[in-house]
Structures are given as C-alpha cells and as structure tokens.
Design a protein around this ligand. Structure first.
Ligand code: ADP
Ligand code: MG
Length: 476
C-alpha cells in the first residue's frame, strides 16, 4: 500500500465534485479531506472527523467514486479513513476556499449563464439545482407541481400552455426550470428555451435593430419547448407582446409546449393585449400560494439537507413558525446560518436564528411587513393576546376571566391578566376595571398588588408568569 497523500489527484476529483454540489455542502463536507493513499484499484479518502464518515458514506460515496473514475479509469473502489490530524493540516489537505473561490460558482446561481441553441436563439442555462423532485409539495402548490410533472412527461400534451402564477419567492422559477430540466432528461435532443421576459424583450429589440426579424421568428418557431418567466413585465411592450403572440400561436399549433409564469392570473394582466391574455387562458392555469407551517418545515428540512447543515428540530420549528410568507426568505435565513456554520463552526440555535431574523428585519424594515417575519418580540401584543394566553395556560375561558365568577380557579388567572395588562401594556386601573365587567378601579389595583407581592416569594408563580409572557410574545 502506498500511503502518500495525493493532492493533485484530489484537486482534480474535487473540481468534478464541486460542479455537482451546492457550495455550502461542498465546502462543509469536503474541507480537510484528502486522498490518504492508494492500494491498487482502491483509493483511501481521509476525513477529518468521525461524524463525516456516515455522511460521506450515505451522500457522497457515489459522486466521489464517479469523479475518481473519471479522473483515473483504473480506479474501482473508494474506502474512507478518519484521521483527526487532517483538520487544518495544510500540508496534507487543500485550502478549499482558495481553490474554489465563491464567485466561480455562487451559492445562489444567478442564472447569468446563457447558452446558444442556434444562431439567433439564446436560452438561459437551466439551473440543475431546480428539479421537480426536490420541490417540496404542499397544499399551496400541489396543483402547480402536478401540472408540471404532467407537462414533463408529455410536453405539448393536454396542458398547453401551462400558466403558473404566484407571489415573489414562492417557487415559480424553480418549477419552470425543474420542468425544463425534466424534459431535457427525458428527451436530451429536445430544443428547450428558458428565458425571462426581460431577455426576450431584448432579443426582440435586437432583432428589430439588425433587421433580422424574419430569422428571429423562424428560429423561435423551431423550438420544442418555450419557457418564459415573469410575463407581468411585458406591460407596455407592445411589439414584444405581438411577437410573443405569433410565436405562441405557431408553437401551439405544432403541439410544442409553452410554459409561462407571472405574478398574477392572466385575467389580472390587464395591461397586456387581450388576445395574448386569452391565449394564456386557453391552457392550464395553476397558482402558487404561501406555504403552511408543515410545508415550510418540510422545505426547510430539504434545503438544510441540500446545504449540508444539520439543524436541530427546535431550530427548524422556530424558523418555520416565524418566517411565514416567502420560501426565498426561509432560504435567506438558512443561508446566513450556513455561513455562520462554515465560517465559525457555529451550530445554529434558536437564539442565533432569532438574531439573524431580527437583523434581517433591522437591515430592511420594509421586509418585516412584506416577508412575514414575526419574531415574537417584534409584534405588538394586544390585551386580547394576553387574555388568550392566560386562558390557554390555565384552561379557563376568557369569558369566565372577564365575568363575575368568584371561584378560585378563575381568580388567579383573572388577577394575572390584570397584572400583565398593567405591567406590560400599561393599561390604567380604570380601563382594566371597565374591561373586567365594570369593576371598580380599586378592585383592580388590589388584584395587581396581590400578584406583585406574591411573585416576590412564589418562584413557581414567577415561572408560570414567565412562561405565559413568552407564549404571548411579551418576552423573547
Ligand atoms: P419565484 O420565481 O416564484 O419568485 P423561486 O422559484 O425563485 O420563486 O423560489 C425561491 C426559492 O425558494 C428558490 O430557491 C426555490 O428553490 C425555493 N422554493 C420555493 N418553493 C419551494 C418548494 N416548494 N420546495 C423547495 N424549494 C422551494
Ligand atoms: Mg422567479
């Protein structure tokens, strides 16, 4: 057995592996790895930590072996060996961040890359990260996803055109590209064009300028699949709309597939030409809405896995609970956590995630409303929230608390609610008295005083209060 580290081989292999993995995963799981040696057809890969072993065996063995074989066809097998000495050992490992700088392959692929399908026919490169398989299905997107699957298995079939609509960051582009990827996988020879409305408009303008409109039309009509993202941006672009209309007609007549996305349904695209809108309406229309808690949770788990981040269940729950509006936002939080993990080996906690969310909101206050961050301390708590919190903690109805009953089970919760109204919401004794069936303000004063005294000596009560405060969102 030769036991010399082979960094040249490893660098070549890593270059291949890197192309097939999200950057976060690549950096996290291939840092401080190396080729420890070779025994005939077997390569020994060194890993810096025991916890890497299972992860590599489960997730990266196939990919690694493939890359090894591609680099050196005599290799047939890979085995792993943990060597804790590899950590930060620059003589035996590669500095990944240097060899694979960020810009070379952004974590969020910016989709800048283009591919020329033919003379005068340019498509954006489909991002291989977007697939129909890794799209998490929930009640908010089930129909859209099913329609995409149907189109992928039978392009130009029943659902033509396929029109997807929904708000920002809910997965339109993911589904569009995932469908394109799937079609290309099924029919590698198909001509699939994916374009944004902006790019398409630029193409039209260019063709007009160079008087190549005829050629432009001919080219587009040779497509098998045309995917066009964000058609709401066609507003006020009459000439582009006209070209698109004619292209659509030809393609549909020839049973070629068209897939469109927009931020709103066709009938609300009032700024577009009617005939184009009615074209859109003639196929299948499906919407994407905001994911519910369970779907957000599932998406997060999926993404965390993709980025190679092991997240505590509590942390997942926390993000899923408070980032409610857009999937992109969920991802944004996750990316920050991944960065912390990569740079500082900091494993995310509920507290660190809450800090990230607070910071995102602080950096851009508009976000708070738009994107649905509701970290507990941020949103204004009403007295109704207090009543409901106390009510559910003590299993006493709000009505009973506000009412006249003097049974013991109701008294303590009632007094606590009064105390919290006073202490946290700064309600006046008079106002509180009115709220509680028009009691006299001295009664309220008395009750609040009682609780104040009690918590001086009753640790149990203090703990209960803290719990309620947290549930209600009065404390972090
Ligand atoms: P849109 O085009 O609607 O603005 P995107 O398709 O760009 O949204 O989605 C934003 C991000 O959220 C992408 O990274 C995408 O992969 C992710 N995403 C959205 N919905 C889902 C889902 N259901 N499952 C997995 N990832 C999703
Ligand atoms: Mg999009």
């Amino acid at each position: 057995m030769t036991s010399s580290v082979d960094l040249d081989l490893w660098l070549k292999v890593l270059e291949k592996i890197e192309r097939g993995l999200p950057r976060g995963q690549f950096i996290t799981w291939f840092k401080d790895t190396t080729v420890l040696g070779r025994e005939e057809k077997t390569v020994i890969i060194g890993l810096p930590l025991p916890m890497f072993l299972n992860w590599h065996l489960e997730h990266y063995r196939g990919l690694t072996l493939e890359a090894l074989k591609e680099t050196d066809p005599t290799i047939e097998q890979v085995v792993y060996q943990v060597d804790v000495g590899l950590k930060d050992d620059l003589a035996r490992t590669l500095k990944l961040l240097e060899h694979f700088p960020e810009k070379k392959r952004g974590r969020k692929l910016p989709n800048k890359g283009e591919i020329k399908l033919a003379e005068g026919l340019v498509s954006k490169i489909l991002n291989s990260r977007y697939t129909l398989e890794n799209f998490v299905v929930g009640p908010n997107n089930r129909l859209a996803h099913a329609a995409c699957c149907a189109v992928a298995s039978q392009p130009g079939g029943k659902y033509n055109p396929l029109f997807l609509y929904g708000g920002v960051g809910l997965g339109k582009t993911h589904l569009l590209q995932g469908t394109g990827n799937a079609i290309l996988r099924n029919q590698p020879g198909a001509t699939v064009l994916y374009t944004t409305t902006e790019d398409f408009t630029n193409q039209v303008i260019e063709a007009i300028q160079h008087q190549k409109m005829e050629q432009f039309r001919r080219r587009y009509r040779e497509l098998d699949v045309m995917i066009i993202d964000d058609v709401q941006f066609l507003a006020n672009k009459d000439r582009t709309q006209e070209e698109l209309f004619h292209t659509f007609n030809t393609l549909i007549e020839e049973r070629k597939q068209i897939i469109i996305s927009s931020d709103r349904p066709p009938r609300e695209l009032t700024i577009l030409q009617d005939r184009l809108v009615s074209r859109f309406e003639r196929g299948m229309i499906a919407d994407l809405s905001q994911p519910d808690y369970e779907t957000r949770h599932a998406i997060l788990s999926e993404k965390a896995k993709e980025y190679g981040l092991l997240l505590d269940e509590k942390v997942l729950n926390y993000i899923a609970q408070y980032a409610t509006k857009s999937v992109r936002q969920l991802e944004g939080i996750l990316m920050q956590a991944v960065a912390q993990y990569e740079l500082e080996h900091f494993v995310p906690t509920v507290k660190s995630i809450a800090d990230i969310m607070q910071k995102l909101v602080a950096d851009d206050p508009a976000l708070a409303g738009q994107v649905g961050f509701e970290p507990p301390a941020k949103h204004a708590v009403s007295f109704q929230d207090v009543l409901e919190g106390v009510s559910s903690y003590f299993s006493v109805s709000v009505q009973d608390m506000l009412g006249q009953s003097r049974v013991r089970e109701v008294l303590i919760p009632r007094h606590i609610a009064m105390y919290m109204g006073k202490k946290f919401l700064r309600m006046s004794f008079v106002r509180l008295g009115e709220t509680f069936s028009n009691r006299d303000h001295t009664t309220v004063m008395h009750a609040v005083g009682k609780i104040e005294n009690k918590i001086q000596e009753d640790a149990q009560l203090l703990r209960e209060l803290r719990t309620i405060e947290r549930e209600v969102g009065l404390a972090a």
